[in-house]
Design a protein around this ligand. Structure first.
Ligand SMILES: [Zn+2]
Length: 322
């Protein structure tokens, strides 16, 4: 594929609960430069604004004089953004941003048009643009990370719902009466069974039932559970199977309700695909209408950590054309 000359760039930033990643992205989705730093924690919203602005300035300073122009900034937020994409309604891992008018603050600081979007929504757009959902217009993207994020694209458009909060697939109920508590206040959410955090919790909970398990509980991560599972550890295999069953229940509900063409599953815990795929598919096939189930592709994400960055940039380029 030839590299088309590009006339403009977007500064895309992934404001995570732990890290802030930022990149210069062109109209073809190519990343020209990027950086990663710690997200300022436990501090004011203004510290976040300063950090985002300085990351943008650092990236811009790397551009040569003849380089394309930076036309806007696109910021991914780990939480809910309001219907008008101007205010962060709730960011559980960055509570200093709750009800903060982040867009206006950043526009003033950066002197650029700014777009805000929920991180999972941006990832869905990224996968539809350049990843596993290329060519489709009815797409569900699920991220199995610290939590479970979700983005819904219907007829080619991101579905934000009446108040901007749609797509929280991780907080749909899959175990209504005996499910563990979720940080959202509900019980039995998909997130408490299928996130990386849940993989670790379930392994610890069941450890005593598997006296021959090779897992060490100190510093346990979902990746360690996965590696032990691949090596044949029964506890680890059963934990991923359990996650797969609940994921399958959640996906069956989504398929029945929305009729997507493709479901893209990403995030760290998606690496356990080979351990949970069978259980997940069994639940889906047993629950959705046969005619519908056959028509849905369920695939792993292709854009990795960059799905959100390129998706946010795409949304910003589209906004420029309005
Ligand atoms: Zn929840």
């Amino acid at each position: 594929m030839s590299q088309e000359p590009t006339s403009s760039l977007v500064i895309a930033a992934d404001l995570g609960g732990t890290h802030l990643r930022a990149a210069l992205v062109d109209q073809s989705g190519r990343i020209h430069a990027q950086l990663k730093r710690d997200t300022p924690h436990g501090e004011s919203a203004n510290c976040i604004v300063e950090s985002l602005a300085s990351a943008a300035a650092e990236l811009s300073s790397q551009l040569k004089s003849a380089a394309p122009t930076v036309v806007s900034a696109a910021i991914m937020v780990p939480g809910t953004v309001d219907k008008t994409n101007t205010v962060v309604v709730s960011a559980p891992n960055l509570p200093c941003l709750d009800n903060f008018a982040l867009k206006a603050a950043l526009q003033e600081k950066m002197n650029l048009p700014v777009l805000l979007e929920n991180d999972a929504n941006a990832a869905a757009v990224g996968e539809m643009w350049l990843g596993a959902a290329r060519g489709y217009s009815n797409v569900i993207c699920i991220t199995l990370g610290t939590g479970v994020g979700g983005g819904i694209v219907l007829d080619g458009k991101l579905w934000r719902g009446a108040d901007g909060s749609a797509g929280e697939i991780g907080h749909t109920t899959v175990e209504p009466f005996s499910g563990p508590p979720c940080k959202c206040g509900n019980h039995g959410c998909l997130e408490v069974f299928a996130s990386a955090t849940a993989i670790v919790r379930m392994a610890k909970e069941d450890f005593d039932k598997y006296p021959h398990s090779t897992l060490g509980l100190d510093g346990l991560t979902a990746l360690k559970v996965y590696n032990a599972g691949i090596a044949g550890d029964k506890l680890s295999i059963d934990v991923f199977k359990r996650a797969g069953r609940y994921l399958g229940v959640g996906l069956a509900n989504i398929i029945t309700l929305l009729g997507p063409e493709v479901i893209v599953i990403g995030g760290g815990a998606a690496n356990g695909w080979s351990l949970f795929e069978e259980e997940m598919m069994e639940q889906i096939e047993g629950r959705v209408f046969p005619s519908r189930g056959k028509n849905v592709k369920i695939v792993t994400a292709e854009c990795g950590d960059n799905a959100g960055l390129v998706g946010a940039a795409k949304l910003a380029f589209d906004m420029q054309q309005l």
